[in-house]
Design a binder for this molecule. Sequence first.
Ligand SMILES: Cc1cc2nc3c(=O)[nH]c(=O)nc-3n(C[C@H](O)[C@H](O)[C@H](O)COP(=O)(O)O)c2cc1C
Length: 175
Amino acid sequence: MNFLFELIKQRRSIRKFLPQAVEPEKVDVLIKSVLMAPTSKNSKSWQFVVVDDTALLQQLAVSRPMGSTLIANAPLAIVVLADPSQSDAWLEDASIASAFLQLQVESLGLGSCWVQVARRPHNDEVTAEQYIRGLLQIPDTMNMVNVIAIGYKNEERRPYDETKLPYDKIHRNKF
Ligand SMILES: Cc1cc2nc3c(=O)[nH]c(=O)nc-3n(C[C@H](O)[C@H](O)[C@H](O)COP(=O)(O)O)c2cc1C
């Protein structure tokens, strides 16, 4: 099978990371990869905040009551933002860039996990988006989609098994 297929099979969400930092050369490849993701009308409506400051990572880890705690042991996180004034397809643009990022992460021998931010609460009064906006000084004009936690894997996850895929989701010619 081809390289990309094997990569897609192998990529699983990784929630435990080694303390080891991600080398700047690898961060550079990640940055270049998201900036080559396709966007509606080539609007490039996304923006990214690369976070490697330990104190900020700890604070990002408490963005949500539960689903974000894994960021605490990641040496790197990339916050994916999009400007709705630049494209009505901002969510699609940002999501595609996130998927490109997660696959590139895997190909560099690293692991990642998507931490949902959009439409998730921080607590009863504040959304996760508002909390992160304050923490990282993100302008009000930007929408926030997720935080991708990245690092060297400290857990083993089984690759997808081709024989067990939900083939019933596939329809041919008619639903
Ligand atoms: C839109 C989206 C939101 C997600 N949000 C979270 C999250 O907030 N926290 C988390 O630990 N995993 C999150 N995940 C990871 C999913 O749980 C994971 O992709 C799914 O269980 C399939 O597992 P796999 O990634 O190992 O194939 C999210 C994934 C997607 C695509």
